[in-house]
Design a protein around this ligand. Structure first.
Ligand SMILES: CC(C)(COP(=O)(O)OP(=O)(O)OC[C@H]1O[C@@H](n2cnc3c(N)ncnc32)[C@H](O)[C@@H]1OP(=O)(O)O)[C@@H](O)C(=O)NCCC(=O)NCCS
Length: 172
């Protein structure tokens, strides 16, 4: 049975190694989310290190887990953006666990928790050409609000599609 819960500090080392293991250079997840954006491998390793996850949590990020028994099948990270706003920073179902509706259930669980914390709006940035992620957000009630071009922290310019979910309206 798959279940969902908020991650605590003790989950972060395991989550970090789960992510870093999944980001094998040959994996689809690496090709679609890392290579495509020209993100250097070192940057990725640092971004998903235990220290980085702990740092994000200490600044208010909340991590959500999809689990089967004790195995982490996927995670979602929400970052507070002040007041009633949060940014969905990342949502990932690990290889072998996509396409079964679990990403949608994890998103729903995370959004409901954010709503309980007083958030009314979730924003998310998807790669302009990331068809799968964009279809996923659209399917889950996010509204496309426009495109932006930003200088990514790893020094490349990237084109992003911006989506917004107003909480309170049913998400699906
Ligand atoms: C995006 C992601 C979280 C979706 O999770 P999931 O469990 O696969 O999604 P679901 O099974 O709930 O599918 C919901 C919708 O997403 C879209 N979708 C999911 N997998 C897809 C695929 N392989 N190709 C195209 N669309 C897809 C579809 O619109 C789907 O609706 P449908 O089943 O009616 O066609 C997951 O595919 C993933 O982790 N991808 C890699 C990481 C990533 O791109 N994250 C987003 C940016 S951080």
């Amino acid at each position: 049975m798959v279940w969902f819960r908020v991650a605590g500090p003790d989950d972060l080392p395991k989550l970090s190694s789960r992510i870093l293991n999944a980001l094998d250079r040959s994996s689809d997840i690496y090709q679609e989310n890392v290579a495509k954006f020209g993100i250097p491998e070192d940057y990725v390793k640092r971004a998903f290190s235990e220290g980085a996850l702990r740092g994000a949590a200490s600044k208010g990020s909340k991590f959500y887990l999809a689990l089967e028994r004790d195995e982490i099948l996927g995670f979602c990270q929400m970052v507070p953006k002040g007041g009633e706003r949060a940014e969905l920073d990342r949502i990932v179902m690990f290889p072998g666990h996509t396409g079964r509706g679990l990403g949608s259930r994890l998103l729903e669980f995370s959004v409901e928790d954010q709503a309980r914390e007083g958030r009314r709006e979730i924003i998310v940035y998807a790669g302009r050409d990331e068809r799968r992620a964009r279809a996923f957000y659209e399917k889950n009630g996010f509204e496309f609000t426009g495109e932006v071009s930003v200088d990514a922290p790893w020094g490349k310019r990237i084109e992003l599609a911006v989506y917004r979910l107003e909480i309170g309206r049913k998400i699906r």
